[in-house]
Design a protein around this ligand. Structure first.
Ligand code: S3P
Length: 425
């Protein structure tokens, strides 16, 4: 994919449904009694992997362009798949489904692509084993393929060493099948879509500070879920509109849950002109339209409890920082190393190719902004968020940029390049 500057971005856009919420709607719908209807579902490869896994466990799922219908079979209604479940590139599918499978009465093998086979799974194997699950890594390296044999589970209070919604959700889902109240405390609050949606489906879930708890549920009830637009996908249009002079973009229907809206807080600290309009709630999730106008940005410090609220946006924030005045420091973000690629190394390497001054650190990056970017050949490392971040950088750079393996955006945003082009007329 080759991209060059082609004028300001102007117009309106509606981004695809939120990835985290789409996954959870399928999973909880499968475990509920009755039918769950989902609209604005993200038809990205990761969420299709989740659908595929549940179909393989006997759940009837109708996927049409306008809506998804999940014919749930209740908490005990899944059946053993005939062979390994394939989660593709999706860490959310693998980690959340492991919590569910730990409470079933059958054995499963879980596998995925080359990237998933490198990602750390001990973080879920440890708490699930404490609950009594039989879970192991086939190669003994703490990574997928994982084998799980469902058991009767014990409630625990897990002190998670990482602020990870996938770990928290995995333990809470296992908690649906446990013999008492299961609690998870994390070092900082991660996205709370599992807590909100399980509550919406009728589970007894409570949150207090950084602790979430769940009681074993007799049943979940099917619901109607309208998925808000994904703020992680909106982030690329926010960044592009802020960076390219003369731009003004209205992004409709964006999920602005406070556990996800860190990018908006960082943009504000950088001096961005963003207005939230039409604030409302969709299926229990806060939603708004965002009006974004070109702004001259300044560097900032991004650290601590803010990090989990913008973890997936840090690649595109790094692009904004490279073009902002002054220095931006990102710290407490070592989790970036274990995403679909090592995003500290991959962002540093590619931004440097475009002429930015970036230092990789153990837990983040130091980005000395202020100089212009030059077109370059970018290796996305097949990481969708890296590819989309450099599409933004390309439009704000001088000369032509070529993004390798650019089609990997289909993991979370199949129509990304077309949507970007639609604002360039
Ligand atoms: C997600 C949680 C985050 C995020 C990922 C989606 C989720 O991962 O990076 O894209 O849906 O729970 P971690 O839990 O590993 O931080």
């Amino acid at each position: 994919m080759k991209l060059t500057y082609s004028g300001p971005l102007r117009g309106e856009i509606s981004v695809p449904g939120d990835k985290s919420i789409s996954h959870r709607a399928v999973m909880f719908g499968a475990l509920a009694n009755g039918t769950t209807e989902i609209t604005h579902f993200l038809q990205g490869a990761d969420c299709l992997s989740t659908i595929d896994c549940f179909r393989r466990m006997g759940i009837d799922i109708e996927n049409t362009p306008s809506r998804i219908l999940i014919h749930g079979k209740g908490l005990r209604g899944l059946s053993a798949p005939s062979s390994a479940l394939d989660v593709g590139n999706s860490g959310t599918t693998l980690r959340l489904i492991s919590g569910i499978l730990s409470g079933q009465d059958f054995k499963v093998l879980l596998d995925g692509d080359a990237s998933i086979r490198r990602r750390p799974m001990k973080r879920i194997m440890t708490p699930l084993s404490m609950m009594g699950a039989k879970i192991g890594s086939l190669k003994g390296n703490g990574c997928a393929p994982l084998h799980i044999k469902g058991q009767t589970l014990h409630a625990i209070h897990y002190q998670s060493p990482v602020a990870s919604a996938q770990v928290k959700s995995c333990v809470l889902l296992a908690g649906l099948y446990a013999d008492g109240t299961t609690r998870v405390t994390e070092p900082a609050l991660s996205r709370n879509h599992t807590e909100l949606m399980l509550h919406f489906f009728g589970a007894q879930v409570h949150s207090e500070g950084t602790t979430a708890s769940i009681q074993p549920s007799p049943a979940l009830e099917g619901r109607f879920i309208q998925v808000p637009g994904d703020i992680s996908s909106a982030a690329y249009f926010i960044a592009a509109a802020l960076l390219i002079p003369g731009s003004e973009v209205l992004i409709r229907n964006v999920g602005v849950n406070p556990t996800r809206d860190g990018i908006l807080r960082v943009c504000q600290a950088m001096g961005a002109d963003i207005t939230r309009l039409n604030e409302r709630s969709d299926s229990g999730e806060p939603t708004a339209d965002l009006l974004v106008r070109h702004s001259s940005l300044k560097g900032t410090v991004i650290e601590g409890d803010l990090i989990p609220t913008l973890i997936d946006e840090l690649p595109v924030i790094a692009v904004m920082a490279a073009l902002a005045k002054g220095t931006t420091v990102i710290r407490d973000a070592a989790e970036l190393k274990v995403k679909e690629s090592d995003r500290i190394q991959v962002m540093t390497e590619n931004l440097t190719r475009m002429g930015a001054r970036v230092e990789a650190t153990e837990d983040g990056m130091i980005i000395h902004g202020g100089s212009s970017l030059q077109g370059a050949i970018i290796d996305s490392h097949q990481d969708h968020r890296v590819a989309m971040s450099f599409a933004v950088a390309a439009l704000a750079a001088e000369g032509e940029t070529e993004i390798r393996d650019a089609e990997c955006v289909s993991i979370s945003y199949p129509g990304f390049y077309q949507d970007l082009a639609s604002l360039q007329s």
